[in-house]
Design a protein around this ligand. Structure first.
Ligand code: HEM
Length: 579
């Protein structure tokens, strides 16, 4: 018996020993890999990072200051070297940007010292006037030319030079979105914006034809009718008094996207108090809040101390609306299919062709047996709702803002529009769209200075080499479009609003990745043609009737870089009827 007991004891201690050895080996392996990664990340200059916390204290600012933290912080370091590494806790984040010299900078080496006096001189540039800036400059004192950020234990690398951005955006390997997008999952699921791998590939292939210009042409009617309504609403405001035009434009773009994506006119311009409209706005703010506050990122903590109840209430309204629309369109779709021939003939006789919303196309794909469930369709429709209205609203507002600051350029746009249109109420067709060259260049230049989407982030699935820095797998790389678009080599005198930068002869001189408001490469914006058409129609419909004056000076602008980049205090303008 005793020898048997001994055998059992030996056996169990052998098991314990093996398990412990295995755990030790796994742990050692993890530490070794982690160490390798940290060593690589630490090659990239950046501010000193605390253990565990990394640079989390520097980035723990109000959401409204976060944009300045990233673009402003990157700016300081960019004076010294073009690549910046920041540790977001234990995670590094790297930013690539342009090396340029600011008067007063004391660059003692590639990793130089930034004197307070230099910072004080840099502040009037209007980019750096933030708490973060002062904290970094005052607290860290010496900064390397390149900024890497550790968000806790998470490394981030910020990039903003065209050749560096090309490495990430042109690649077929670096297609995965960073974990910051996961907070959109409850609303958007894994639709085109948030999905990865084979799901993203097959969806992208399926959805690309839905943005063919023949289909977009059908949407002209929606763009025209909704912009007419917006201009009517603005008539009451066109008395030379100051007002915030931002909500007028946003509600119009919301109406446009609802009608084009789901085929439903929610009349947001008439009823901005509807539950759906309110939920769309509120959920965007809640997602942003969560992204900016590390302690709200765990689901459990979000439930305990976050706004999860409000978040869920918004979701219920949003999903309820989308599913309701999908169900009723599906029933209609089935009926129509049965009566297809008769209906087709009716339409032919009265010369009318039914316009299809994106949802109808998805239903068609689903009926063709392409494996799209109602949930799959809902994900895509909600993605269009999310990506397709705030982005365009911001772009139109920024264009109008800049034209309102530059009356001489606005006068040229008025001249162009007067040449193209015989009356201010004439609906826009493809022919007029093609002719609005200066208007389009103004929109492009506004998107350069104030890109609706101010940052893009990818999580590397394999190592990337940027400017001889090896950036390990698992690192978040963030493209800071705001800085990229201010590269003086690509855009001389970068702060100047100059639509002629987009004349073909000037565009051809630039690096293909110098300008990426719609991202670039395989994961670029699928809706960019739609967006430009809509922007041209909405902006021109305002400018055909009114002259705009902006009430905020460029130097007084406060930027709010949340999911979308917008002016913190709205877009206050004065409108005057054109005679
Ligand atoms: C001025 C307007 C717009 C701007 C500046 C813009 C910008 C962008 C950017 C920068 C991305 C890449 C995002 C990332 O990588 O994180 C993107 C992706 C996307 N956009 Fe847009 N967008 C605009 C309008 C639209 C519209 C009107 C729609 C739909 C109707 C749309 C649908 C999408 C979708 C579905 C994606 C994901 C594409 C993919 O990952 O394959 N966007 N957009």
């Amino acid at each position: 018996m005793t020898w048997q007991l001994k055998m059992v004891e030996l056996g169990s201690s052998l098991v314990t020993y093996s398990v412990l050895t295995l755990l030790t080996v796994m742990l050692a392996n993890w530490f070794y890999k982690r160490r390798q990664k940290v060593l690589l990340i630490e090659q990239i200059p950046g501010p000193k990072a605390l253990p565990i916390l990394g640079n989390a204290l520097e980035v723990n600012v109000e959401p409204r200051d976060l944009f300045q933290v990233i673009s402003g912080g990157s700016y300081i370091w960019s004076q010294i070297t073009p690549l910046m590494r920041v540790w977001a806790g234990p995670f590094p984040l790297i930013q690539l940007f342009k090396c340029s010299v600011v008067e007063g900078l004391d660059v003692t080496s590639n990793i130089g010292k930034l004197r307070l006096s230099a910072c004080a001189r840099a502040m009037p540039l209007g980019i750096l006037n933030t708490k973060f800036f002062q904290r970094v400059v005052g607290g860290l004192g010496i900064v390397g030319g390149v900024l890497r950020v550790w968000l806790g234990v998470r490394p981030m690398v910020l990039i903003s030079l065209p050749n560096q951005v090309e490495v990430i955006l042109s690649s077929n390997k670096h297609l995965d979105k960073s974990r910051d997008y996961t907070f959109l999952h409850p609303w958007l699921g894994t639709g085109l914006l948030t999905s990865t791998g084979s799901k993203w590939h097959s969806r992208r292939k399926m959805l690309t034809p839905a943005f063919h210009f023949k289909i977009l042409e059908d949407f002209l009617e929606v763009f025209n009718s909704q912009s007419t309504k917006m201009v009517e609403k603005l008539a009451k405001k066109a008395d030379g008094q100051r007002f915030d035009i931002f909500p007028y434009i946003t509600l119009c773009t919301l109406d446009v996207i609802c009608e084009t994506a789901m085929g439903v006119n929610i009349k947001a311009q008439d009823n901005s108090d509807s539950d759906y409209v309110k939920a769309v706005y509120r959920i965007g703010a809640l997602v942003q809040q969560r992204q900016a506050r590390p302690w709200l990122q765990s689901d459990l903590l979000y439930r305990l101390i976050g706004s999860s109840k409000e978040h869920d209430a918004c979701l219920k309204i949003l999903h309820g609306f989308s599913y309701g629309t999908i169900r009723s369109r599906r029933i209609e779709f089935q009926k129509e299919k049965t009566n297809k021939l008769a209906k087709h003939m009716d339409d032919e006789i009265i010369g009318k062709k039914r316009r299809l919303a994106f949802l109808d196309l998805l239903l068609e794909y689903s009926e063709e047996g392409r494996g799209l469930s109602d949930e799959d369709i809902r994900e895509e429709v909600d993605t269009f709702m999310f990506e397709g209205h705030d982005t365009t609203a911001a772009a139109i507002n920024w264009s109008l803002y800049l034209l309102g600051c530059h009356p001489e350029i606005q006068a040229r746009v008025h001249e162009e529009l007067d040449m193209i249109f015989s009356s201010p109420d004439q609906p826009v067709t493809m022919a007029e769209l093609r002719e609005m060259k200066l208007t389009e260049n103004c929109i492009k230049e506004a998107l350069r200075l104030f890109s609706s989407v101010p940052f893009l982030a990818r999580e590397l699935q394999e190592e990337a080499v940027i400017d001889n820095y090896r950036i390990p797998e698992g690192t978040t790389v963030m493209v800071v479009t705001y800085r990229l678009h201010r590269d003086p080599d690509q855009f001389p005198d970068p702060e100047r609003f100059d639509p002629d930068r987009f004349l073909p002869e000037n565009v051809s001189k630039r690096h293909p990745y110098a300008y990426v408001p719609f991202s670039a490469g395989p994961r670029n914006c699928i809706g960019q043609k739609f967006a430009l058409m809509e922007e041209k129609i909405l902006l021109s419909s305002i400018l055909r009737k009114y002259r705009a004056e902006s009430c905020t000076r460029r130097e007084d602008l406060r930027l709010l870089g949340e999911l979308i980049l917008r002016p913190e205090n709205g877009n206050t303008v004065k409108l005057f009827p054109r005679v």
